[in-house]
Write a protein that binds this ligand. Structure first.
Ligand code: FES
Ligand code: FES
Length: 155
């Protein structure tokens, strides 16, 4: 048995200890916004937050977690879909196919929590997610716009 605190709810799960968090989120909890791609920690499609830090859920065994760790997935990035990043992503049409974008958003959200007005260099250093559609320039623009929205105050 393991207890996981996901999006503010504690779940008690009867699962193998070595299962990666990604599969617990997707298959046990039905939180399919977190995506599987490389499965080896390289691409960032599976990014979630643990205690506010962006982590790659495909390489986090649930045995390393307990209910004291606050796990947040894309489904809980905002209650109203009005997070500054979500507003910026819509305004700039950031996604193409969209597959990598929940991971991008979670990485970007963790960055903005750490550095509210990131430079291009900060973005390049922190957003190491891979996008096969090549949306990197729009991701960067979206993060700058979200930082502006944050500064003006959410609408
Ligand atoms: S699926 Fe986890 S980093 Fe690629
Ligand atoms: S938008 Fe298609 S993989 Fe990134």
């Amino acid at each position: 048995m393991i207890k996981l605190n996901v999006n503010g709810t504690v779940h008690t799960l009867d699962i193998d200890n070595d299962i990666p968090l990604l599969w617990v989120l997707r298959e046990q909890l039905g939180l399919t916004g977190t995506k599987y791609s490389c499965g080896i920690g390289n691409c960032g499609s599976c990014t979630v937050h643990i205690n506010g830090e962006a982590v790659r859920a495909c390489v986090i065994p649930v045995s390393s977690l307990d209910s004291s760790k606050q796990i947040v997935t894309i489904e809980a990035l905002s209650e109203d879909n009005r997070h500054p990043l979500q507003q910026a992503w819509k305004k700039l049409d950031v996604p193409q196919c969209g597959y990598c974008q929940s991971g991008m958003l979670m990485s970007a959200a963790a960055l903005l929590n750490k550095i509210p007005r990131p430079s291009d260099e900060d973005i390049d250093a922190n957003i190491t997610n891979i996008c096969r559609c090549g949306t990197f320039n729009r991701v960067r623009q979206g993060i700058h716009l979200a930082a502006d929205i944050n500064k003006r105050g959410r609408t």
